[in-house]
Write a protein that binds this ligand. Structure first.
Ligand code: ATP
Length: 357
């Protein structure tokens, strides 16, 4: 398997920057996910790795080779797309064999590789069927087998699960991840589905408006988001607009004054994760902030509930409480107290969003 390097890669269409100066290194055997809202440049980036789009600037390296100007068929990349793109008149085995025939492998070699790829995706018993005789999940596994049969240096997955229903997505997600690990395949996947990205990736690349906003592990992105965009896109949270008035002192636009970590005075946004907030019937002792509020909405989610609490006419927070059956269960309309430590909140400069999430 090969290491991938994107070195200051950009793609422009006229004046429009679809991808801006992306630098990314993917280690041997690593699973990296490109995540971001629609139109952020994920697919364009993946297509530059695959060779379908030539960068306007920068270079793409696979292993020791500079492949920037090589056509797709000269890069040993296995591709799986959202639409399975199987040939309807060819059997499962013939579909899987297709790329091997294009590479002019011998008959015996092709048969062995097809059998091996179908075994990997557990479809040996369906080798003779036509695609229309398969379920969506099975068709996607054939597409995966076809990509694996060429023994790719890199596996490129473009929203591979988005045509599958929710339950199947979860199963195929685990299957792909296990297979990728077992084979030690360097993999880049594109998705706009946050949960999919978080469950599958070794590392994530969050993109917005063509640029990389942050690269890191799930924990890095969730607990140390680089900016407000990442904080809003990965996980949930409440953003309170306001100003840092002095050391450790933040005033929201709604007039609440709360203690915060130190930051430069001026306009800022205070970000609070729902599970980092405490909620109680009485004021909370021993925390930096305890503010009264009124419960406006409660949404029961099974393992947890989201409680929406109005702190001021323009400040509302979401608090997540675990449903253990033994805790405080607030009712709509109740007066409650919300507490958090200054260290649990993050501060971002105002206006650093791009797209709001
Ligand atoms: P999605 O999740 O919707 O597929 P994406 O993040 O994969 O989005 P891209 O397909 O990479 O986004 O597109 C990035 C931007 O580049 C979009 O604004 C798109 O409209 C634009 N774009 C893509 N291809 C072209 C093209 N051939 N000509 C002009 N603009 C393009």
């Amino acid at each position: 398997m090969a290491r991938l390097l994107l070195d200051h890669v950009s793609k422009r269409y006229g004046d429009f920057h679809a991808v801006r100066d992306v630098t990314l290194e993917v280690a041997d055997g690593e699973f990296v996910v490109l995540l971001g809202p629609s139109g952020c440049g994920k697919t364009t980036t993946l297509r530059m790795i695959a060779g379908f789009i030539t960068p306007t600037a920068g270079s793409v390296h696979l292993g020791e080779s500079d492949v920037t100007t090589l056509p797709p068929w000269k890069r040993n990349a296995g591709l799986v797309f959202q639409s399975y793109a199987l040939f309807p008149h060819l059997s499962v085995a013939q579909n899987v064999a297709f790329g091997l025939e294009m590479r002019r492998l011998g008959k015996a070699d092709i048969a062995a590789r097809v059998a091996e790829a179908l075994r990997l995706v557990r479809l040996e018993h369906l080798a003779g069927r036509l695609p229309r005789q398969l379920s969506g999940g099975q068709q996607q596994r054939v597409a995966l087998a076809r990509a694996l049969a060429i023994r790719p240096d890199i596996l490129l997955l473009d929203e591979p699960l988005s045509n599958l229903d929710a339950k199947l997505r979860q199963e195929v997600r685990v299957e792909i991840r296990e297979l990728q690990r077992q084979l030690g395949l360097t993999t880049v996947m594109v998705t706009h589905d946050q949960e999919e990205a978080l469950t599958m990736a070794d590392r994530l690349v969050v993109m917005n408006e063509g640029a990389v906003r942050q690269i890191g592990s799930q924990r890095d992105l969730y607990e140390r988001p680089a900016d407000r965009f990442v904080a809003g896109f990965v996980g949930r949270g409440t953003f309170l607009e306001g100003r840092i008035e002095g050391p450790g002192r933040f005033r929201t636009e709604g007039g609440l004054v709360v203690r915060c970590a130190d930051g430069a005075a001026g306009s800022a946004v205070l970000a609070l994760r729902p599970e980092r907030l405490e909620i109680a019937a009485m004021p909370l002792a021993g925390v930096d902030n305890s503010l009264p509020g009124k419960v406006e909405f409660v949404s029961y989610l099974g393992a947890a509930s989201d409680v929406h609490v109005r702190l001021s006419p323009s400040d509302r927070v979401i608090v997540q409480i675990a449903n253990r059956g033994d805790g405080f269960t607030p009712e709509i309309g109740a007066t409650v107290h919300i507490g958090w430590s200054a260290a649990a909140a993050r501060l971002f400069p105002a206006g650093s969003v791009g797209h709001d999430a």
